[in-house]
Design a protein around this ligand. Structure first.
Ligand SMILES: [Zn+2]
Length: 321
């Protein structure tokens, strides 16, 4: 059995991880008649292989995630997952896949299959790796052991090292459609599902697709009333993300388009967006975008949120009359 390594790429929160796990499950399912190619057959959910995958104890599945992501996904306490706890305290603070994790994967990959089927290495995200780890991984990709299927994903394809990328066949992952996204939100018991669908742009597989929505609603209400008072309940990073979404909608509305994140607030957005001149709005948008690009931004954010809100308020009130 020979499997080309597959690199699945798509936006955050759109179900990339879930799809990778589904592909792994399909390969490790032991029901008769399955096709041994990723994403070509669905796991039956009832055989011994499927049970082991679900329990996180399948000996032929190796999951390699940054420690922070493993914790978020609830993956890693069990055997079969390698979350690199020892390295998690390092500079990358658990957001990277460490070289020890890759070494562990390489050792595991050399062994023969326990259950006679393929072995599946699931590494995600492929861009979350410093050069030493990436180089170690590259050696496995250059000469993959027989019957090893390498599945990996990224939300930032341009950040994957070209050497790694060139070893993988690329597969684009699309956002879920509105129906599938709504179904996922309902499965999770998400309140206000329709609004969250818009707010997250259907990236409903995130840990909290509604984050920032209530904060933004309060902000819009207070801006409309002309007095911003207390606005807590979000981290600086969430505030920044929310302000970007709100600003995009305000700019859309100025251009005569419907808001895309806050469809429910069409009328108040129209009243707010009519104010301020276009150049000032663009400058504001660029400043937010620049802050979002700054690494470690949340660490230094401090009082930034309050200052931004004041600035947005000025923008929304300038030019009145
Ligand atoms: Zn099965």
């Amino acid at each position: 059995m020979d499997f080309p390594a597959t690199l699945l790429h798509g936006a955050r929160g759109t179900g990339l991880w879930e799809s990778l796990l589904e592909a792994a499950s399909g390969l490790l399912c032991e029901a008769p008649g399955r096709v041994l190619a990723p994403w070509q057959s669905r796991a039956c959910g009832t055989c011994a292989g499927c049970h082991l995958v679900r329990a996180g104890t399948h000996p032929d599945l190796r999951v390699v995630l940054p420690a922070a992501l493993a914790a978020e996904l609830g993956w890693g306490a069990e055997e079969g997952a390698e979350a690199g706890q020892g390295e998690a305290k390092g500079a990358a603070a658990g957001r990277e896949i460490g070289i020890e994790q890759v070494r562990g994967l390489i050792d595991w990959a050399q062994g023969t299959s326990h259950r006679g089927g393929p072995k599946v290495a699931l590494v995600h995200p492929l861009d979350a790796m410093a050069a030493p780890a990436a180089n170690a991984l590259l050696k496995v990709l250059e000469e993959p052991p027989a019957s090893l299927c390498f599945l990996t994903g990224t939300h930032q394809l341009d950040r994957v090292l070209p050497t790694l990328r060139s070893r993988c066949s690329l597969r684009a992952w699309k956002r879920p459609g509105a129906e599938a996204a709504l179904a996922e939100l309902q499965r999770r018991g998400q309140a206000d599902a329709e609004a969250v669908l818009h707010w997250s742009r259907r990236a409903v597989f995130e840990a909290d697709p509604a984050r920032g929505l209530d904060w933004t609603r309060r902000l819009v209400r207070q801006l409309a009333e002309g007095r911003v008072t207390q606005l807590d309940g979000v981290t600086p990073a969430q505030a920044l993300e929310s302000l970007q979404k709100l600003t995009l909608d305000l700019v859309r509305v100025r251009s005569g388009l419907a808001p895309s994140y806050l469809a429910e607030l069409d009328a108040p957005l129209r009243r707010l967006a009519g104010r301020g001149d276009t150049g000032a709005w663009l400058q504001w948008w660029q400043r937010l975008a620049q802050a979002a690009r700054t690494p470690d931004f949340p660490v230094h954010a401090g009082l930034a949120v309050q200052a931004w809100v004041v600035e947005l308020q000025q923008l929304c009130t300038s030019g009145t009359n």
